[in-house]
Write a protein that binds this ligand. Structure first.
Ligand SMILES: Cc1cc2nc3c(=O)[nH]c(=O)nc-3n(C[C@H](O)[C@H](O)[C@H](O)COP(=O)(O)O)c2cc1C
Length: 190
């Protein structure tokens, strides 16, 4: 058994400075750290990659920022993903980053992920989570079965920027912990 703490990358699939999804990421990060994970939060700059274009792959070599992104994913054990919902699917920036990482050799293969999201609407990104799971299954990522859906984003935070609903906070913290437990279980090995 590997003695190192699980290395977790946390990211939101949004470039927006005031992203609601980035705001709730910190609760899942807290849970992952409490469970012993070594967590690094990746800011939106990590998703500012060129649009996927096969012509940018030259002799198995990718653009420099894509190479950096791919290396980052390769070196982690697990991913915490706060996924917005755009037209019932995941955001273009998140899909683009996944697509770049999936090119052979697929750097996502054998990783574990937990995903969740928040939206101003009533469904709390339910459809985006389903869509994300389909993409992650395609690239051999093990996804923690539970998710956390936070609806009504505009009313969800207090003036200090904290989620008002304690149950949602506890569920996000628990999901971060569940990701670390899944990595430690070795579910994705072999
Ligand atoms: C192009 C576009 C499509 C959207 N489609 C949906 C949708 O299908 N369902 C939904 O709940 N919200 C939808 N929204 C609203 C987003 O959930 C909202 O903008 C959210 O704040 C984005 O996440 P962020 O705050 O983390 O950037 C859409 C927003 C955009 C810009």
């Amino acid at each position: 058994m590997d003695e190192r703490p699980p290395r977790i990358l946390a990211l939101a699939g949004s470039l927006r400075k005031a992203s609601f999804n980035r705001k709730i990421l910190r609760y899942a990060i807290e849970g992952a750290r409490a469970a012993g994970g070594k967590v690094e939060e990746l800011g939106p700059e990590w998703l500012r990659l060129p649009l996927y274009d096969g012509d940018l792959e030259v002799s198995g070599r990718f653009p420099d920022d894509v190479e950096t992104w791919r290396r980052k994913i390769l070196e982690c054990d697990g991913l915490l993903i706060a996924s917005p919902e755009y037209n019932h699917g995941i955001s273009g920036v998140l899909k683009n980053a996944i697509d770049w990482g999936s090119r052979p050799p697929n750097v996502f293969s054998g990783k574990v992920a937990a995903s969740f999201g928040i939206t101003p609407g009533a469904q709390g990104t339910a459809r985006s989570q389903m869509n994300l799971r389909v993409c992650l299954a395609a690239i051999n990522v093990w996804v923690v079965p539970k998710t956390v859906l936070v609806p009504h984003a505009r009313e969800a935070f207090d003036d200090a920027g904290n989620l008002r609903n304690e149950r949602q906070i506890q569920e996000l913290i628990a999901l971060g912990g569940a990701l670390v437990a899944a990595v430690l279980s070795g579910v994705a090995r072999g």
